[in-house]
Write a protein that binds this ligand. Structure first.
Ligand code: FMN
Ligand code: ATP
Length: 317
């Protein structure tokens, strides 16, 4: 597998093997089921032709150029997207800086531009709703026409739908913001997850009978503050073992005061582990239980957490 994060215009220097490149193009935020259909088509064709499967994606998100004051908040950080694409079997992930220069390429010139950067490019893979080029003027018909002149095939994949509605990152962002994590996971086709280093807490959780591992995790797009059934595991050693738990993601209004509290992901594991501050963990989110609440006091919070724990125990058995 080639692991060369590169921009399109630096590819010529990357000394790629001279094999046919099958290139999927898009932002692919979250790498949902629709994205996977496009990417899988590129991977399978590359396998059949002893070629290279590649993804051309953009960083930052194009909205940073067009709406700098209100850019799209992403479901998946860049590093997680890159890792996930390689896990799917993509050989080469190319991050193109989406700047004014790149955005000004006329749709008709785009295939020629790609071919200049990737001389062995033989096919591009997009969804049927793909738009590209200056002012998003290009559609799939134009892509086919302009690519033919360069000898590049275009494979346009039918939109994958769920309940009659196309799956999109926008739709998944809305579900995530309202806590519908099972819907998020169903549309993604994989589990929503968070990764980071454990931070020492105030150990209050231990004194109330519910020790937690705390993750100071700051996603661009925050899930709904609330309590969720989760699984967690250490990165690296012990990585085969997922541990079940119940997590609160939020600002802990019962015990914290003020508006400047940083959100935390706090995981109470159902079985004992000996994880330490600075250990790196991954948490996958499985089910929403309830929204975060401000309780009158610690006793009410304890009673509720004990019900949450039971809920998670029942969910996982
Ligand atoms: C399952 C679970 C549910 C929680 N629900 C809430 C909640 O609804 N409201 C709240 O203020 N804090 C909630 N918390 C956060 C607790 O206030 C916090 O875990 C406790 O104060 C321990 O803090 P520490 O990690 O700093 O020691 C919850 C924690 C857990 C583990
Ligand atoms: N449901 C889908 N089925 C098949 N292809 C899709 C689907 N959604 C997007 N694609 C294709 O995947 C590539 C990446 O699209 P893009 O990142 O714009 O996805 P999106 O889900 O529509 O995002 P957003 O909702 O943020 O606009 C494009 O080629 C696009 O046409």
């Amino acid at each position: 597998m080639l692991k060369i994060p590169a921009t399109v215009d630096s590819l010529l220097e990357a000394d790629l093997p001279k094999r046919p490149v099958h290139l999927a193009i898009g932002v692919f935020d979250g790498v949902h089921l629709g994205h996977q259909a496009v990417i899988e088509a590129a991977i399978q064709s590359a396998k059949r032709s002893d070629g290279i499967s590649a993804v051309l994606t953009f960083d930052p998100h194009p909205s940073h150029l067009f709406r700098p004051n209100d850019p799209t908040r992403l479901l998946m950080p860049k590093s997680a997207k890159e890792g996930f694409l390689h896990k799917l079997g993509v050989d080469l992930v190319i991050f193109q800086t989406f700047d004014a220069n790149f955005a000004s390429i006329e749709a008709e010139d785009f295939p020629g531009y790609l071919q200049k950067c990737l001389p062995t490019l033989c096919a591009v893979y997009v969804g049927e709703n793909f738009r590209f080029g200056k002012a998003r003027r290009g559609d799939v018909d134009l892509l086919i026409q302009a690519s033919r002149e360069c000898g590049i095939d275009v494979i346009s994949v039918q939109r994958i739908r769920e309940n009659g509605e196309p799956i999109s990152s926008t739709r998944i962002r809305e579900e995530l913001s309202s806590g519908k994590i099972e819907r998020v996971n169903a549309l993604l086709g994989h589990r929503y997850s968070s990764s980071g280093k454990i931070q020492a807490g105030r150990k209050l959780g231990r004194t109330i009978g519910f020790p937690t591992v705390n993750l100071p995790w700051q996603p661009e797009l925050a899930p709904c503050y609330g309590v969720y059934c989760v699984k967690a595991r250490l990165k690296g050693k012990d990585s085969a073992n997922w541990h079940t738990g119940v997590a609160n993601y939020g600002v802990r209004p019962t015990v914290e005061r003020g508006d400047s509290v940083m959100p935390l992901l706090e995981v109470h594991l159902l079985d004992e582990v000996s994880w330490q501050p600075d250990d790196e963990i991954t948490v996958i989110w499985e089910k929403f239980i309830r929204s975060e609440q401000k309780f009158a006091g610690i006793d009410d919070l304890k009673t509720q957490i004990s019900k949450d724990r039971q809920f998670a125990q029942d969910f996982f058995t």
